[in-house]
Structure formats: C-alpha cells, structure tokens
Design a protein around this ligand. Structure first.
Ligand SMILES: NC(=O)c1ccc[n+]([C@@H]2O[C@H](COP(=O)([O-])OP(=O)(O)OC[C@H]3O[C@@H](n4cnc5c(N)ncnc54)[C@H](OP(=O)(O)O)[C@@H]3O)[C@@H](O)[C@H]2O)c1
Length: 346
C-alpha cells in the first residue's frame, strides 16, 4: 500500500525543520513536498546539512499531498491553510491562527482581523490529551502553542477537579529556539547568553489560549491567571511552574494530601503515552528532543499552595512532535508512531 503523502509549509523555520527531521523516521507517511521562501530551489540537505538523507528540493509552492503541516508565522499561515482546506486536504497548523475560538481575540492579541472566523469553530485544538476523539475526525487541527502545552497539561487535572482557588500563577522559562529562527536583538547570542529575563508582562500572546482551554475544563469557575514567560540561555525546552492556593477542604495540606494529589494526576493521565507524572522536579534535559511532557505536582505544606512543574521540548511536544501526534490520529494510525525516541542526555 502506498504511504500517505505529507508536506511542510515553511520548512525553513525551526518548527518546520524539526518536522522534517521527525517525519524522516516515520514509518507510515512519506514527506513528499516542503516549501520555504528564502531557500526555494535548494536541496533540503543543502539548506540543512543534518537533513541530507532526505532527497527533496525546497519548493515555492506545496506539491500534491494528503496532509499538510503549516509551520508559517501567524497571519501568513491562515492564508496558506484556507485554500488547502477548500481542496479537502487535512491540515495541522502549528501557528496560532486557528487556536482561539473568539475571532475578536486575533485583532487584540495578534493585530490582524481573522480572514476566516467560520473556521475557528471547525478547527480542533490539538491538545491530544484533552481532544483525542475530535482530533481523530478533524480536517483542521490547531496545534497548541509551546507555552500553553506545558501550562495546560500541568494544570488541567486540578482545574477540572476544582481542587484549587481560581487564582493561578504560571511562571515559564523557555529556551531561545522558542522565538524562532529569525534573528532579533533579544535572541542574539551575546544578548541571550548568560542572561535571564522576564518578558511580556502586559500579557503574552499565549495567555488567551491558556485561559480559553483551562476555562473549558471548568466553565462554572471564573479564572484569574497571571502568566510570566522568561527567556533563558538554552536552545530548547520549556520549564513551567504553576502555583495556586488549594481550595479549602478539598485536599489535606500534608503528606497524605500530596499523595492524593499525585494519585489524581496519575489517574488523569493514566492512558497518555506522552505524559509522565513523576516523583521529582523534572529537568528540561529529561525531554530534550522527545515528545514527552513530564509533570511533578506537589503541595507547599507551609502555605497550602499547589506547586506543579512541567517540562517539554518546545520544538517537539510544543510544536513538531505534537503535530505528528495529531497527524497520527487524523490518519487513523497509532498515536505514538514515529515519536518514541528517548531524550538526549546529557
Ligand atoms: N519555535 C517554537 O518553539 C514554536 C513552537 C510552537 C509553535 N511555533 C509556531 O510555529 C510557526 C513557525 O515558528 P518558528 O519558530 O519555526 O519560526 P521561525 O523559525 O522564526 O521561522 C520564521 C521563518 O518563516 C519564514 N517567513 C516569515 N514570514 C513569512 C511569510 N510571510 N511568508 C513566508 N515565509 C515567511 C521566514 O523564512 P524564510 O527566511 O525562508 O523566508 C522565516 O525565517 C509560528 O507560527 C510559531 O508561532 C513555534
């Protein structure tokens, strides 16, 4: 039987190039077409020597495929994706263009008027752990943002169970590849190396996505969320720590409460191939290059606060790996196919 043909729009960005690397090892699909504005006409291995085993020319337009990944920047992605959908092609969009359900949020957070608000209803938010059955039957999957992936997976069990007060603080640290391949002053080596800084204190673009998804888990509870991202000098990885006061009377603030909380997380993620609830604070190195999200929930028994820590690789579970996880479901193949690599250490 011939393999499903897949393509990547914008293979010249970090998410696109990581998709190509991971798809090369995928046994059930064939990468047949890749596009990239600045490298059109070049061999993929010429532009990216680590991908020299993939014999493809980077094109200006996507060739005929059954499923396309768009790894374009926001706004430009929707323009590419809409015609593909009209031709019946399945799409996993790695940009933010179909993640938010309310079209007015695009003007507010991304500064453009959404070109196809009707598609926002149709698009399935591709956090497989929450939307597995919807992803399987979707034509358009909006792959979650990197920060939202780590934050939502860390907080979903306690929000859904109503175990915390709705006053949540999310503190995330990201490696520099999260900002993409285009150079900016902030990501310049001599600025980012041996430096650490918080940014977007007035509201990061990933905040509405985090609020949208956590609210859907417990619609009756209004949520107040402060999200502070930080840029730190590493290439890949996001470490997120969530804090919230425990709702009174729901969990005991002691060792027994910690054990119950841990069991709640184990139960919530018991069938999830890519979420591991761990008994230690995870490191970003534990997920470096693989599709896992490691989560460590605990209780600060001095203050009665939940502390929950998650670790992901922003380019794998936070982008390309999660996109392939979604593709697998959309194509009816086992969800873990092509995604079982272990993390690289040290
Ligand atoms: N980086 C991450 O960790 C991450 C995680 C999750 C989601 N995402 C999302 O994935 C998408 C790609 O992100 P990235 O980090 O891979 O980006 P990136 O590395 O910054 O890629 C940007 C590249 O996109 C191309 N480009 C920019 N504007 C374009 C346009 N109007 N038309 C055609 N090409 C254009 C340029 O390539 P040329 O030089 O070839 O023109 C540019 O080098 C974004 O929507 C981002 O939000 C990224």
């Amino acid at each position: 039987m011939s393999k499903t043909k897949v393509g990547i729009i914008n293979v010249t960005g970090y998410a696109g190039v990581e998709l190509a690397r991971l798809l090369y090892q995928h046994p059930e699909v064939e990468l047949t077409s890749v596009t990239g504005r600045s490298a059109a006409g070049q061999g993929l291995g010429e532009a990216f020597p680590h991908l020299a085993s993939i014999d493809l020319i980077i094109e200006a337009e996507l060739g005929e495929v059954d499923l396309a990944f768009s790894a374009m920047p926001h706004q430009a992605s929707a323009k590419e994706v809409i015609p593909l959908l009209n031709h019946g092609i399945k799409v996993v969009d790695i940009s933010a263009d179909f993640r938010l359900k309310d079209a007015t949020e695009y003007l507010h957070w991304y500064g453009f008027t959404h070109p196809a608000p009707q598609l926002l209803k149709q698009a399935v938010y591709g956090l497989t752990e929450l939307y597995r059955s919807q992803v399987a039957s979707a034509q358009l999957v909006a792959n979650p943002g990197c920060y939202p992936t780590g934050a939502i997976l860390a907080l979903a069990p306690v929000v859904k169970a109503g175990l915390i007060e709705p006053d949540i603080i999310i503190d995330s640290k990201s490696g520099v590849s999260g900002a993409g391949r285009s150079l900016s002053q902030q990501t310049h080596f001599s600025e980012a190396n041996e430096d650490a800084t918080a940014y977007a204190l007035d509201g990061h673009r990933h905040l509405p996505e985090i609020i949208q998804e956590l609210k859907l888990l417990r619609p009756q509870q209004p949520l107040s969320i402060t999200f502070v991202p930080h840029l730190i000098p590493m290439t890949r990885g996001i470490l997120t720590t969530g804090y919230a006061p425990l709702a009174s009377g729901k969990v005991s603030v002691d060792k027994k409460g910690r054990e119950e909380l841990f069991q709640l997380y184990l139960d919530f993620y018991k069938d999830e191939p890519f979420v591991r609830v761990v008994e230690f604070p995870p490191h970003t190195k534990h997920t470096w290059g693989n599709n896992l999200c490691l989560i460590h929930p605990t209780i600060d028994t001095r203050t009665g606060r939940l502390i929950v820590i998650s670790s992901i690789d922003n380019l794998v579970k936070g982008a390309a790996g999660q996109a392939i996880q979604n593709m697998n479901l959309m194509l009816g193949i086992p969800e873990v196919t092509g995604l079982q690599a272990l993390a690289i250490y040290p």
